[in-house]
Design a protein around this ligand. Structure first.
Ligand SMILES: Cc1cc2nc3c(=O)[nH]c(=O)nc-3n(C[C@H](O)[C@H](O)[C@H](O)COP(=O)(O)O)c2cc1C
Length: 143
């Protein structure tokens, strides 16, 4: 089962969260590869069995523009078989906390087999490790 973890991060919070999740996937001996969005082979999207997306939120609860090509590929390609999960960091001082996670969630729920989501306040703290473990456990059970 081939898994891709694909993310974007401007100031490092989401990258930190993704590093934790990636390590947890490796601990499960899964065939998992880590990509920054700029490196991800968009055209090969449908060849993955599982995809985890990581994103911060921008503007007024928006998905960052560098993630939009990937968003559109999910709508175009045959991705119905893919188990997906979406994680993000955000700042709850904004009205739409982790709005980008909600944006991806709604689309992935329609287009793929969405398994799990996770929202983290800014940079991951100790208590978030347990939530990350749960995320990976739920994702792997669905795969
Ligand atoms: C201009 C701007 C707009 C933002 N808008 C939101 C928002 O609508 N909702 C939210 O939860 N966080 C928002 N944030 C906070 C970031 O998503 C948050 O700091 C995130 O952890 C950054 O992730 P990164 O370190 O991976 O880049 C905004 C930040 C900036 C600078």
């Amino acid at each position: 089962m081939k898994i891709a973890v694909v993310y974007t991060s401007k100031t490092g919070n989401t990258e930190e969260l993704i590093q934790i999740l990636f390590q947890l996937f490796l601990n499960k001996n899964s065939d998992v590869a880590l990509y920054r969005i700029e490196q991800f082979p968009l055209k090969e999207l449908s060849q993955f069995d599982g995809i985890v997306l990581g994103t911060y939120t921008w503007g007024d609860g928006e998905i960052p523009c560098e993630m939009m090509d990937l968003y559109r590929e999910f709508e175009i390609q045959n991705v119905r078989h893919i188990i997906t999960g979406v994680v993000g960091t955000g700042d709850s001082g904004y009205p739409k906390f982790c709005g980008a996670v909600d944006g991806f969630r709604d689309m992935l729920y329609v287009q793929t087999k969405l398994a799990v989501t996770l929202k983290v306040e800014l940079s991951p703290q100790r208590q978030d490790i347990e939530r990350c473990k749960r995320f990976v456990g739920i994702f792997m059970d669905k795969l």
